[in-house]
Design a protein. Structure first.
Length: 220
């Protein structure tokens, strides 16, 4: 996992923890919230892994039951061990495996972010997450005004907070930090939207970022 990608996700978790005006937070506050954010990620990863394990055990039990109740094994002597039998359909099995893969990938990602953040040699993750937060602190009015301008027809105060936070992170990078290629910033914003927000969030965020990029003449 790239350090910057981890930093963006950490920044998103960081933004979600803000319970007062962004400018009221000091550097020490941000450090404390990052520690809290890492704990949240680790706890979430732990829960996801438990869910995945539960699904695996459930699948194994269903396969064992199917095997035991198959006519081949029902006709065998009571003391004889069951023999393997063919599965009639693979679609249900594939769907369950896909669900577990998705859960496991999210858990691994969360653990990677936590690991990146806590390792001194990977201080770039924490530092870049804080840089994003401090950049938004300095330019929060301009950034929120841009979101309001380009989300015409939407009530800014009623926009999903997760969507606003993803846009705030992306616009902080695109307009002020300017260290990462535009395409990377947009792609990572869409990934955050798909992972954390509503089904329509990715297209909404992509539309706003695309308009800002064109109007502001942003290029890689």
């Amino acid at each position: 996992m790239q350090a910057r990608r981890a930093a963006r996700e950490l920044a998103f978790i960081l933004f979600s923890q803000f319970d007062k005006k962004i400018t009221n937070y000091s550097k020490e506050n941000l450090d404390d919230i990052i520690l809290k954010s890492v704990r949240i990620l680790s706890s979430s990863a732990n829960d996801d892994l438990k869910t995945s394990l539960g699904s695996l055990l459930d699948m194994k039990n269903k396969i064992d039951d199917y095997e035991a109740e198959h006519e081949i094994n029902l006709n065998r002597p009571m003391e004889a061990a069951n023999i393997s039998v063919p599965l009639p359909m693979t679609a249900d099995l594939k769907a369950r495996i896909d669900e577990m893969i998705e859960v496991a990938e999210k858990a691994l990602l969360a653990l990677e972010i936590a690991e990146f953040t806590t390792l001194e040699s990977q201080g770039e993750v924490k530092n870049y997450a804080v840089q994003i937060a401090e950049t938004f602190q300095q330019h929060h009015k301009e950034i929120d005004d841009i979101i309001k301008q380009y989300s015409a027809g939407w009530d800014f105060d009623r926009l999903v907070k997760m969507d606003k936070d993803i846009l705030r992170i992306a616009l902080s990078e695109l307009l002020y930090i300017k260290e990462t290629p535009m395409k990377v910033v947009v792609d990572e914003a869409l990934e955050l939207a798909k992972k954390y927000s509503t089904d329509d969030s990715a297209s909404f965020i992509n539309g706003i970022l695309a308009k800002v990029i064109v109007d502001k003449g942003i290029s890689d």
